[in-house]
Design a protein around this ligand. Structure first.
Ligand code: ARG
Length: 659
């Protein structure tokens, strides 16, 4: 049950009689919220003040009038007017325990399925294969997977699609690498490793050549910028009071500094590459390698038999490498329609855009110009090649035919924001406006050094070892012998390993989810595996602790069969606070899907664990004053455990029976 929704419905009945304007009813309802001060109220309605003018009455009188007509006695213990006209609502303990009884009996905590399920398509993870997967892909994978799980749990139809980048320049790179640098023996024994090596080799030669080519351009840019600074200085000397010129000058000076910095780092990159004699020699032997790579890619797209054969041979190897990560993270997709799948549809996409008078030829390329954007969306290059955007238009059209989604989510990092804005504008124009397209953007994962986080070798192997490291840290923190002796737990290595895996991988997922997705976050392994604070280990520990309490109860003769039929009695403040938090679960899940922010779920779970902890501090469970109270508290604890478990599961995180 969504409490706030239920309360608002009751207010709606009263407000509709009071106000003629439906919009005003809605805006008043928005002003009913969960109270920020639990000592005053559980929910608060601040509706009277804004209605003062409309109704021509003092707020206090309006509030009292509303309260007199409100029918909330089943849910609330008290509904009172306070201050200048606030309405304070306190839920009744009886109603709370009734809700919890239902949650206890129901496998899904009595969370109701939505009345009108929608069809969602979620595009997430979607790495470019043949190229090392990076930590940003983990973020997309973890966020996308959590959103998919929550929407399904609420009763929506969810289709997940891993839109693999399996057709781009990175394949030109390994094809070129294979044709020129392949160690055939190594390829035979370890194809995945050899392909990664080839990718990195071609990439570094190309990077080196790019840096060399960049140097004169950067020098020229600095030259220009300096000249502009001089001109502006002269202008300012002639008109010292002109603020606009002073501002322009400051900006131009900053421009010089940043170009100089760029040149400096370019020099460093070149110097670094030149330390590698083999790289320099290979670069001389393969000039303009990037153009050759593009030529290989173009040949593949034209249907060149040799390149197509190589592509077919490489793809399963590339898949194998990323599958290791998915398997480890326990993530599955309904579909794997990669970019290559759409290749044959791209010509028709461009034709369709012409037919709808949306596409135009511009400088030999095919472009769609859009209001509100400086640059057009390019759908075909001068040389006939299609682009990332063209594939995305084809993808949306295919998904529309195949799945008719109501909502289409793209969980992709924030740097692609502009791409998606343009894409959605085009999709609206071609008649797909019935779907709600959303870019679920997320920030960059930063290292503790303040720079974008890189795994040690920058490769997928690096990602895997990152997961291993999290597991090793979890082992240290949770299963170190001193701690286990301290908490009086003895266990075999097998169980330790299972716990470390569950806690370690959970830590990485939880940290990704707990940060507001739109902000950058610092990847700090030490912080994420801590047993205290807003971490998965803390939540998992709370779960294990309750399970241990329930086992102890059983040893003392208080088996589940006895307490499960007992009546819930909520009297202590900490008990009521815990109960109130529990019954807000469903409301919170809906809120978290309003803007697709799983961090509301981690916050909820963290608060739940803390509420449980204060309840357990303040109310004896195993040694409660009476058997009735002990039974009631055991039942309440088991609901908390169930909620922690379901909550973590929705985030793709497991629990353990003890830790
Ligand atoms: N392959 C892209 C990348 O790694 C992400 C694709 C996201 N999905 C999409 N339909 N554009 O950056």
């Amino acid at each position: 049950m969504q409490i706030l929704k239920a309360i608002r419905e009751r207010f709606r009945d009263v407000l509709q009689k009071l106000l003629d304007d439906p919009a005003m009813v809605e805006s008043s309802l928005e002003r009913i919220v969960a109270s920020r001060d639990p000592s005053l109220a559980d929910y608060q309605a601040n509706i009277a003040m804004p209605l003062q003018k409309v109704l021509g009455k003092p707020p206090l009188q309006i509030a009292q009038g509303v309260v007199d007509n409100l029918e909330l006695s089943d849910i609330c213990e008290s509904v009172s007017v306070a201050g200048a006209g606030y309405i304070n609502l306190r839920l009744s303990p009886g109603w709370l325990s009734e809700q919890l009884e239902q949650a206890y009996r129901d496998g899904r905590l009595a969370v109701t399925l939505v009345d009108a399920p929608k069809t969602y398509i979620i595009d997430y993870s979607s790495p470019n294969v043949a190229k090392p997967m990076h930590v940003g892909h983990i973020r997309s994978t973890v966020i996308g997977d959590a959103i998919a799980k929550v929407l399904r749990f609420l009763g929506h139809k969810v289709i997940t699609d891993n839109h693999l980048g399996d057709w781009g320049t990175q394949f030109g790179m390994i094809i070129y690498g294979y044709k020129n640098f392949c160690d055939k023996e190594a390829y035979k024994t370890h194809p995945v490793a050899e392909l990664s090596r080839l990718y990195r080799k071609v990439q570094s030669i190309s990077g080196y050549q790019e840096a060399v080519a960049q140097t004169p351009k950067l020098e020229q840019a600095i030259e220009f910028a300096k000249r502009r600074v001089e001109q502006l200085q002269a202008k300012l000397a002639a008109a010292p009071a002109d603020k606009k010129i002073a501002k322009e000058l400051a900006a131009a000076e900053r421009g010089v500094v940043s170009s100089e910095e760029e040149l400096q780092s370019n020099h460093e990159k070149i110097a670094q590459s030149q330390k590698d004699a083999l790289l320099v020699a290979e670069s001389t032997a393969h000039p303009a390698i990037y153009e050759k790579v593009l030529a290989q890619t173009a040949a593949l797209h034209r249907g060149d038999l040799e390149n197509l054969k190589l592509w077919n041979e490489f793809l399963p190897n590339c898949r194998e490498e990323i599958d290791i990560i998915y398997h480890r993270l326990n993530v599955e997709f309904d579909h794997w329609y990669g970019e290559s799948f759409y290749h044959d549809m791209l010509g028709a996409v461009v034709e369709n855009l012409f037919a709808k008078n949306l596409a135009v030829q511009s400088d030999g390329a095919v472009c769609v110009f859009l209001d509100g954007f400086d640059a057009p969306m390019i759908v075909q290059k001068q040389d006939g090649a299609y682009l990332y955007a063209t594939t995305d238009v084809a993808t949306a059209m295919f998904r529309d035919r195949e799945f008719s989604p109501d909502v289409s989510l793209y969980v992709v990092d924030h740097r692609q924001g502009e791409h998606f804005k343009k894409l959605f504008a085009v999709l609206n124009k071609i008649g797909l406006g019935h779907t709600d397209f959303r870019h679920i953007s997320f920030g960059t994962v930063m290292g503790t050094d303040g720079k974008p986080f890189k795994t040690r070798s920058g490769s997928t192997v690096g990602l895997e070892s990152m997961l291993d490291e999290a597991v090793a840290r979890a082992m240290e923190v949770v299963c170190n012998p001193d701690r286990l002796t301290g908490v009086g737990i003895q266990m075999e290595d097998q169980e330790k390993l299972h716990i470390a895996e569950t806690v370690g991988l959970g830590a990485i997922k939880y940290a990704d989810l707990a940060h507001n997705r739109t902000s950058d976050y610092v990847f700090d392994m030490d912080k994420m595996v801590r047993l205290d604070g807003n971490t998965s280990a803390y939540i998992q520990y709370s779960f294990a602790r309750i399970r241990s309490i329930l086992r102890k109860a059983e040893e003392k003769g208080m088996e589940q069969s006895k307490w499960q039929v007992a009546e819930l009695r909520l009297s202590e403040a900490s008990e009521l606070a815990l109960a109130l938090h529990l019954v807000r679960f469903e409301e919170m899940l809906h809120q978290s899907m309003q803007d697709y922010t799983p961090n509301l779920i981690t916050e909820y779970l963290y608060e739940l664990a803390k509420h449980f902890s204060s309840f357990y501090d303040q109310c004896s469970v195993l040694n409660a004053p009476s058997q009735d109270e002990a039974f009631s508290r055991l039942k309440l604890s088991s609901i908390v455990a169930q909620n922690l478990k379901i909550g973590l599961e929705l985030l793709g995180i497991g629990v353990v029976e003890r830790m």
